[in-house]
Design a protein around this ligand. Structure first.
Ligand code: ZN
Ligand code: ZN
Length: 880
């Protein structure tokens, strides 16, 4: 094996694209159709309009880490990729482009032409996010890439609609919806963003029909909807109004008579205690209207201008203008009683931020309660488990209070609702079908018109875990990979997506769509602000980080920061940590190659003390990393890699074996070289899931067999080897660490050797003497001697404690005068501290009022300080 020499510096930009292309070409990402121990993750499909942000980078790094690990374990592994058509978002992008470049609006170009344009846009730009996912190393099975509007998924969507409809779980109804007058579409409850707004509460008098001089005063935050009032409501238990129920009042500015009704919903303590009822323009009023059989008078057009159902004077006005005009008229005619300041919550469209109008319209709905019941049971029975656990309650409480889901959208881009209306005028029932019907089954007419609305985007992504595997067909993939193993996603879409996938999975497949749901943290900037496109200063672009630090450095940093789904405050410095780690790994590999160790692929014949220790450490590292991956404690994976590679391997092991490598004993040398190389290759396997590129590059450079990506992940089937030797090595390490500390404390330059005295019991003495070579060399010791446990060091000897029973003395290191000054200073400081804690504890107020554990802690601190003080005072006395 003649491997190319590893270049001096690591240049990820040269290495990463090369390996990605090679893996893809080799077909390593491609999942088998069937196989043992299936492991499957479905990607949260990014929007086709999307471009990779740090949230994606984090989310996909975690998915890739698990995927690569399972693949290496030999599990049948599928990471299913794809993109979402993202209805309104995509249509908006193309519409905006059309308006900007060609000055055309969608109604001018028409439905078919616009859809055509969107497909073209999708073909051109829709895969951008996929190439970005590749740049960060995502090992998705791209041969299976799906799109929520591809042929198969469209078939699944229709099947879903028809089954739900046939089961009575989809219905069409007049319903008050959240209407965006700009997007001209209904929005789901969770697509409405609420904001506190300072406004007014207007008190308006409605005169009694039989006594116009007197009247009832209602309080409202939206006076313009007065035009659509069909009643006034009071609480039937309210003594002030009880006897008015049933009376008629005149609606100001309209001349219409409307009744006063009694309804428990009315809060007697709010405003005047009487409210106007506008069933077509307020969700609560809609409910009151249903209870009292009130007419629903829609006074607004789709664009929120006033409709022809209102008095002529107001028709065509914008809702804001109508409000002003109406307030003016009410004032002029003496109906406006008073105006109060009032802050209330106003809903805005999550896409365009226009104020949402509650609006009555024909919509399609999914009846949620029966579906939610199944989803709740799945979690309560332990079939769908959230990590971290705290998200369980959040999820369940939403499901328990869920409202019916409005699934129709008045846009063009999306799955058109599979319902056709017969135009023959014979009152035929609507046709709901998976295939486009040719004629009306009731009257035979071929004049059919399909519902013009499209389905909410989440209606298709709710099927993602099984539609992507071939459902409604029974495919081998569906059989093998459903239920999938784990979903990794963001808390922002627990309701939108996670809950709906569980509902649809339980409904269609009778099995949960995934066993685990890992909710990753939100990526924040270093000041703890959410990264958002509208505030570019908060954003760190992952592709920019890849270009500057390498994908592995970025992935390592993100994994390292992933603690129990906590939010991540990201700072560029964190990527430097990743880059430094990559450089350390790179240099270790170069060191191995320089020893020509890679040319010796043989087995270790004779293990040195250090070899045994590193093999023991390796065993623990494998155990910790495996456990961490099993439990989604990602930060521990990163930490263990760092500790093992940097601390154990580079700092201690490589330093320890240098004399063997440079020594004359060729058998020992060969043997250690083999261990050194083998342990490093295993470390590359351990790091591969997190840092795929550098591990592959070095695996190949050091002559590892095949590709590390498909090598077998290290498994443990025996207890940790060489435990006693490892324990002795640890003792040696602490001795050397203490020596290094003392050298630092007394500012001994690294080039200068010192003398040392070991003071210990005979048994420990034996262990230390056996490792004298290491201790002398690593600790920079010249002459050494050993004394018994009861020996006393003189004034000029610097003394350090290694552990119970072992002390190290460094004769001549102490300059008595300097040491006196140092000790004096330390004693003074400690005395001050002791005095302050004593004062605190003497204060009865503190001792009586502070919690018991706080007082106990202070007492403990005092005792520690006193002990330390007497130690320093003894040391000082010894110098005199
Ligand atoms: Zn909007
Ligand atoms: Zn018909």
């Amino acid at each position: 094996m003649a491997e190319a020499e590893i270049p001096k510096a690591y240049a990820p930009q040269d290495v990463e694209p090369r390996w990605y292309a090679s893996w893809e070409k080799a077909g390593y990402f491609t999942a088998p159709q069937t196989g043992a121990n299936p492991f499957c993750i479905v990607i949260p499909p990014p929007n086709v309009t999307g471009s990779l942000h740090m949230g994606h980078a984090l989310n996909n790094t975690l998915q890739d880490t698990l995927t690569r690990w399972h693949r290496m374990k030999g599990d049948a592994t599928l990471w299913m990729p794809g993109t979402d058509h993202a209805g309104i978002a995509t249509q908006n992008v193309v519409e905006r482009e059309l308006l900007k470049k060609e000055k055309i609006r969608r109604h001018q170009i028409g439905r078919e032409a616009l859809i055509d344009r969107i497909w073209k846009w999708k073909d051109q730009y829709g895969d951008r996010i996929i190439s970005q996912l590749k740049a960060i190393g995502s090992s998705c099975d791209w041969t299976r890439t799906r799109f929520t509007m591809d042929e198969g998924l469209s078939k699944a969507v229709r099947e879903n609609f028809v089954r739900l409809y046939d089961d009575g779980l989809i219905y069409r109804g007049k319903y008050i919806v959240n209407w965006c007058p700009r997007c001209q579409t209904a929005l789901a409850d969770d697509e409405v963003e609420h904001e506190e707004k300072k406004s007014h509460l207007w008190h308006i008098r409605y005169p009694y029909v039989d006594n116009p001089k007197d009247g009832i005063t209602v309080a409202t935050t939206r006076p313009e909807t007065l035009l659509g009032d069909t009643a006034v409501a009071v609480n039937p238990k309210d003594d002030r109004y009880q006897n008015l129920i049933g009376k008629q009042v005149t609606l100001p500015e309209t001349g219409r008579s409307i009744p006063i009704v009694g309804d428990d919903f009315v809060d007697a303590s709010f405003g005047s205690g009487a409210v106007k009822v506008t069933p077509a323009h307020d969700p609560n009023d809609f409910q009151i209207g249903q209870r009292h059989n009130l007419p629903q008078l829609n006074i607004m057009n789709a664009d929120a201008t006033i409709a022809d159902t209102a008095p002529e004077k107001y028709r065509g006005l914008k809702r804001e203008d109508c409000r002003n005009q109406l307030l003016q008229d009410l004032t002029d005619h003496g109906y406006l009683v008073k105006t109060e300041d009032h802050t209330h919550s106003v809903g805005h469209c999550y896409r365009c931020h226009t104020v949402v109008e509650p609006w009555l319209s024909d919509q399609w709905f999914v009846k949620m309660q029966p579906l939610a019941k199944m989803a709740i049971a799945a979690t309560k029975n332990g079939k769908v488990n959230f990590h971290p656990k705290r998200w369980t309650d959040f999820y369940l409480s939403w499901l328990e209070n869920v409202r019916d889901w409005c699934i129709s959208r008045q846009i063009w881009w999306g799955h058109r609702i599979p319902v056709w209306y017969c135009q023959a005028g014979k009152n035929c029932k609507p046709i709901v079908a998976t295939m486009d019907p040719e004629k009306c089954p009731h009257c035979g007419s071929t004049a059919l018109e399909q519902d013009s609305d499209v389905l909410d985007t989440w209606f298709s992504s709710a099927l993602w875990p099984f539609s992507t595997l071939g459902w409604p067909d029974k495919t081998p993939e569906l059989e093998t990979y459903y239920p999938t193993s784990v979903l990794i996603t963001d808390r922002g879409i627990i309701f939108f997506w996670v809950a709906r996938m569980v509902m649809m999975g339980m409904y269609h497949m009778k099995k949960e769509p995934f066993k685990d749901v890992y909710i990753n943290g939100t990526v924040l900037d270093k000041f703890g602000r959410k990264m958002s496109k509208s505030h570019p200063e908060t954003c760190i672009d992952p592709l920019d980080i890849v270009a500057r630090y390498g994908a592995d450095a970025m992935r390592y940093a993100l994994v390292q920061l992933t603690t129990e789904g906590q939010d991540i405050a990201l700072d560029e410095q964190k990527f430097e940590v990743g880059r430094n780690f990559c450089n350390k790994i790179w240099n270790a590999a170069r060191f191995i190659q320089m020893q020509e160790a890679s040319a010796i692929a043989g087995d270790a014949i004779e293990l040195s003390f250090a070899d045994k220790w590193i093999l023991n450490r390796l065993h623990h590292a494998i155990h910790r990393i495996t456990t961490a991956l099993e439990n989604y404690t990602f930060d521990d994976v990163a930490k263990t890699l760092y500790d093992f590679v940097w601390r154990d391997y580079c700092d201690w092991y490589v330093e320890s074996i240098k004399p063997i490598l440079q020594g004359p004993d060729s058998i020992a040398k060969k043997s250690t070289m083999a261990t050194m190389r083998q342990v490093f290759l295993t470390a590359l396997q351990l790091m591969h899931p997190v840092m795929p590129f550098i591990s592959e590059e070095l695996w190949q450079s050091l002559g590892g067999e095949g590709s590390v990506m498909v090598s077998a992940f290290p498994m443990l089937n025996a207890p940790a080897p060489y435990a006693p030797e490892a324990q002795d090595f640890e003792l040696m390490k602490s001795v050397v660490s203490v020596m290094r500390n003392v050298r630092g404390e007394y500012q001994v330059p690294p080039s200068q050797k010192v003398d040392a005295v070991f003071k210990s019991t005979p048994s420990e003495q034996k262990i230390l003497l056996a490792q004298l070579d290491y201790i002398q060399r690593l600790g920079g010791i010249d002459n050494w001697s050993a004394v018994g446990a009861d020996a006393v060091f003189d004034n000029t000897t610097a003394v350090a404690v290694v552990s119970q029973g072992i002390e190290l003395g460094f004769p001549g290191l102490v300059d008595i005068e300097k040491e006196k000054v140092r000790l004096n200073k330390a004693i003074d400081n400690l005395k001050k501290m002791v005095k302050s804690v004593e004062g605190k504890l003497a204060n009865k107020g503190f001792v009586d009022r502070a919690p018991a554990d706080v007082v106990a802690k202070e007492r403990e601190r005092l005792a520690q300080n006193c002990a330390e003080l007497s130690k320093l005072e003894d040391a000082y006395k010894r110098l005199l």
